[in-house]
Design a protein around this ligand. Structure first.
Ligand SMILES: [Zn+2]
Length: 158
């Protein structure tokens, strides 16, 4: 039995997400993150990767990147959360999703997309509704930049 099923997402109102089909223990491997192996040179040179954030790209090593931007990559449906219950793991040329907390049946799987903080961060609002949500999809180590910004500007709506 698969540990996940595809359903309309609670986080991404326009999209789908993956949900636990049973209670899952921390450390459990949930699903492989499938894609095509491309060279880092291809990423630099191809138009496909110019416009968007590399949401589906994982740098595997000095030479290779995994491009998971394919409809058959079910794990690509997993949404970002500022308080995720899963993470991306990898070894060699393989990437998979591992539970980092005990997850209850019916919960949506979430990961930290790990976006770096840059001037475009406002293009990627986060609706994960976690208590610590910074409002944008930015990796954990960079969120203080956004919080600081908020503190200096208008009041935070909370
Ligand atoms: Zn969030």
């Amino acid at each position: 039995m698969k540990l996940y099923k595809i359903k309309k997402s609670k986080i991404d109102s326009k999209g789908r997400g993956l949900y636990a089909t049973k209670n899952i223990k921390e450390g459990t491997k949930i699903i492989n993150y499938k894609g095509k192996i491309i060279t880092n040179k291809q990423v630099e040179n191809s138009n496909k990767y110019n416009n968007d954030k590399p949401i589906y790209l994982f740098t595997l090593n000095k030479r290779y990147t995994l491009d998971g931007d394919f409809h058959w990559n079910t794990a690509g449906l997993i949404n970002h959360s500022c308080n995720p219950n899963s993470q991306y793991d990898g070894k060699g040329l393989k990437i998979w999703i591992t539970a980092i907390k005990d997850i209850k049946k019916g919960e949506e799987f979430t990961c930290d997309y790990g976006f770096s903080f840059d001037k475009d961060y406002k293009q990627f609002p986060c609706k994960c509704s976690a208590k610590n949500c910074c409002g944008y999809i930015v990796r954990e180590e960079s969120r203080w930049r956004i919080n600081k910004k908020f503190a200096m500007g208008k009041k935070i709506n909370k």
